[in-house]
Design a protein around this ligand. Structure first.
Ligand code: SAH
Ligand code: SF4
Length: 412
């Protein structure tokens, strides 16, 4: 039995559904709002301009450090201001409609967002993957996706809508809250901090934007949402611990470098334009050479700060050793990590996941070229994969899906 096969664990999920009954929000919630939007909300209730910065700072602290759920808890604000805010806004978090908990600690939440009709909310998935040295939250940025990569389940769903910045950031609040992690203090600077005993450690230490949607096609909301998540006075997850995964929207990669500054993951999946055109049709617009050029120019790259290249292992399609050799040749000169993702099949797909021994052989070529071999660790955490296939509300995570998610979480 290969080391990889040994990692196929069978786990039982505890499923709780429904957790919260969905109610269309009557008033806007302040949770997740970027600072300028929050300042605007304060202006609406009559807070004079000169005070807004300070009030934003106070509310920020209550929301993200203290985990306040109602205005009354915000004792540093006057009673009048609290009442004025409560008349116009709420502190509601997006409700969790269902939760699945694996015995290995992986949790999947179905988060509800307002839809076109009150009785038909949208649902996005959010997955928490605990590791010994970190806890990674995989979040969504669109309901569905406008692109249609041929191996991706989300791509078969018609785009319903973009998430707002607040909805993107609120997923971190919802997850931290659910994990009892919201009132923990202190930003963690290194993985070793997480392992330490004394201090209460953050359960959500990393965020990957690898759920539903193409983040670089919802640029402003993703940028502003990441700024809320990274804000050092609040949720405080540094941009070095936030990874944005893109299928290759070249002009916005450059823009992300200038305006976002998070870590970057590229869904490469093929080494020739001919094949990538089929797997990731966006390649027709932005072919591999242009994509890699944008990667080379991504600011701040170094051996300590690399781009992750994701490569989904599709049996007989892109998994030959010739492909593996071409892959390492292609990435030469770019500070890179390579994540091999076992394909996670879904109903109606004609693709199959590569055989485990083929994934291992492929990974050996990658390893020999000097990249940390993604398929070696006992729990299979480095074979990775994707929240990208998340789609159905009621589907449970399969063992392979969990392995894939774990590996995908290994972006730094
Ligand atoms: N739209 C972005 C981010 C979401 S997808 C992107 O494409 O990068 C996150 C990752 O999951 C991507 O690398 C995607 O190619 C991969 N993925 C999608 N469907 C998959 C599947 N069925 N099995 C394994 N990985 C998949
Ligand atoms: Fe969209 Fe990413 Fe899926 Fe492609 S892989 S369809 S870009 S979510």
């Amino acid at each position: 039995m290969s080391s990889l096969a040994a990692t196929e664990i069978t786990t039982t999920f505890v499923e709780k559904r429904p957790l919260e009954r969905y109610a269309e929000p009557a008033q806007p919630s302040l949770v997740g709002m970027p600072r300028p939007t929050l300042a605007q909300a304060l202006a609406e209730v009559g807070v004079p301009e000169g005070q807004r910065r300070m009030r934003v700072q106070q509310i920020w602290h209550w929301l993200y450090v203290r985990g306040a759920k109602d205005f009354d808890a915000m004792t540093t604000l006057s009673k009048d201001l609290r009442a004025a805010l409560a008349r116009r806004f709420t502190l509601a978090r997006p409700p969790i409609a269902a939760e699945q908990i694996s015995v290995d600690g992986t949790r999947k939440w179905l988060v509800q967002l307002p839809g076109e009709r009150a009785e038909a909310p949208h649902e996005v998935e959010c997955v928490y993957i605990p590791e010994t040295d970190r806890g990674t939250l995989c979040i969504s940025n669109q309901v569905g996706c406008t692109l249609n990569c041929s191996f991706c389940h989300t791509g078969t769903q018609r785009l319903v809508r973009n998430l707002t910045a607040a909805e993107i950031a609120a997923q971190v609040v919802v997850a931290r809250d659910r994990l009892g992690d919201l009132a923990a203090t202190g930003e963690l600077s290194a993985p070793s901090d997480l392992a330490g005993g004394g201090e209460r450690r953050r359960l959500v230490s990393n965020v990957v934007m690898m759920g539903m949607g193409e983040p670089l096609y919802n640029f402003e909301a993703v940028r502003d949402g990441i700024n809320v998540i990274a804000d050092g006075d609040g949720l405080s997850i540094s941009k070095r611990r936030i990874t944005l995964s893109t299928s290759g929207v070249v002009p916005n990669i450059t823009r992300a470098g200038a305006e976002i500054g998070s870590m970057l993951a590229i869904s490469l999946h093929a080494v020739t334009d001919e094949l990538r055109n089929q797997l990731v049709p966006l390649n027709r617009k932005y072919p591999i050479a242009e994509l890699l050029e944008a990667c080379r120019n991504y600011p701040g790259l170094s051996n300590a700060r690399r781009i992750t290249f994701e490569y989904v292992m599709l049996k007989g399609v892109n998994d030959s050793l010739t492909d593996a050799k071409a892959l390492v040749r292609l990435l030469k000169g770019i500070p890179a990590k390579i994540n091999l993702i076992p394909f996670n099949p879904w109903p109606e797909t004609t693709y199959e996941c590569s055989d485990w021994d083929q994934i291992e052989k492929f990974s050996e070529v990658v390893f020999a070229a000097g990249y940390a071999s993604p398929v070696r660790t006992p729990r299979g955490r480095d074979i990775l994969a994707a929240c990208g296939q998340l789609k159905s509300a009621s589907e449970k995570l399969s063992a392979r899906e969990r392995l894939a998610l774990r590996a995908m979480a290994m972006t730094d």
